[in-house]
Design a protein around this ligand. Structure first.
Ligand code: 76R
Length: 248
């Protein structure tokens, strides 16, 4: 049996993707629309307050294309809190103008492939901060789930630790080339959701997503072992931007 990588696990993550029910929205009175927007603004203020207290974080983006209309990503200490956020949203009068599109449950993860032997990572402030990150309010988000392959010839989980370390170093070096341009949050979802990881990227220049993901496709970790789910790409939203999206 090959040795499992040790993971450091941080905040739990929920990606909640919804579509807007335009028929319901367009047939609502302007009072009903106002009330719904006021409720979402109140929830937004609560999410911001939690983020300021460093007890969690959130990202709110529109989604381009027909897979969804917007994504709410939340990070919290516990799954109970994530569940409550989801329920509070569903109870709001805004929720009746939305439909569920997709969701993803995971936990922010760092693995020990690149760790320094003899150093307790939990004593390194930068590492601890990366496990409980404040999500950047970049102009764009890109989210997709992925697996590492378990085929007979190409089985990531049968590779010896040393070989995986070497491969992950090459992966990390490509990633580092995008420092300052793309911020990535890797969250583990084995046991929680249908894929093994969620990949969430933030950037002000959306083209950098394409460049990074494309460059990684040529790296062995992705070229040989990567399997990918649906990709979602979006633009930054807040209360006012949502009102503009809905009312034009
Ligand atoms: O965490 C670290 O910075 C250390 C190096 C590192 C690890 C261990 C790292 C760096 N990643 C790690 C783990 Mn990554 N990453 C992805 C994707 O589309 C694709 O082909 C893959 C999706 C991207 C875009 C990306 C970006 N990474 C992982 C893991 C877990 C592997 C395991 O445990 O088996 C996955 C699934 C994964 C996938 N990675 C980086 C990046 C970037 C931009 C970096 C550089 C970070 C930096 O140095 O600032």
């Amino acid at each position: 049996m090959s040795e499992a990588a040790q993971t450091l696990d941080g905040w739990y993550a929920l990606h909640d993707l919804r579509t807007i029910d335009w028929q319901a929205w367009n047939s609502a009175s302007s009072d009903e629309q106002e009330a719904a927007l006021a409720e979402i603004a109140k929830l937004y203020a609560e999410w911001e307050a939690v983020e300021t207290r460093k007890e969690g974080s959130f990202a709110f983006y529109s989604v381009i294309g027909q897979k969804a209309d917007f994504v709410l990503m939340h990070l919290r200490e516990t799954l109970e809190e994530l569940n409550e956020i989801e329920n509070a949203f569903n109870r709001s009068s805004f929720a009746r103008f939305t439909r569920k599109a997709y969701s993803y449950v995971s936990v922010v993860e760092l693995s020990n492939y690149m760790g320094t032997p003899g150093v307790d990572p939990m004593q390194v402030p930068e590492i601890v901060a990366r496990l409980k990150p404040t999500l950047p309010k970049s102009k764009h988000i890109c989210f997709y789930p992925m697996n590492k392959k378990r085929d007979l010839q190409d089985n990531w989980y049968m590779l010896p630790m040393e070989e995986r370390k070497t491969l992950m170093r090459s992966h990390g070096m490509i990633g580092r080339g995008y420092a300052g341009k793309v911020k990535q949050i890797i969250s583990g979802s084995v046991g929680f959701d249908d894929w093994e990881w969620g990949v969430t990227l933030f950037a002000d220049d959306a083209l950098q997503f394409k460049k990074l993901v494309y460059e990684m496709r040529f790296d062995e970790v992705s070229a040989r072992y990567g399997e990918f789910g649906s990709f979602f790409v979006g633009n930054l939203l807040n209360g006012e931007a949502l009102a503009r999206l809905l009312r034009g």
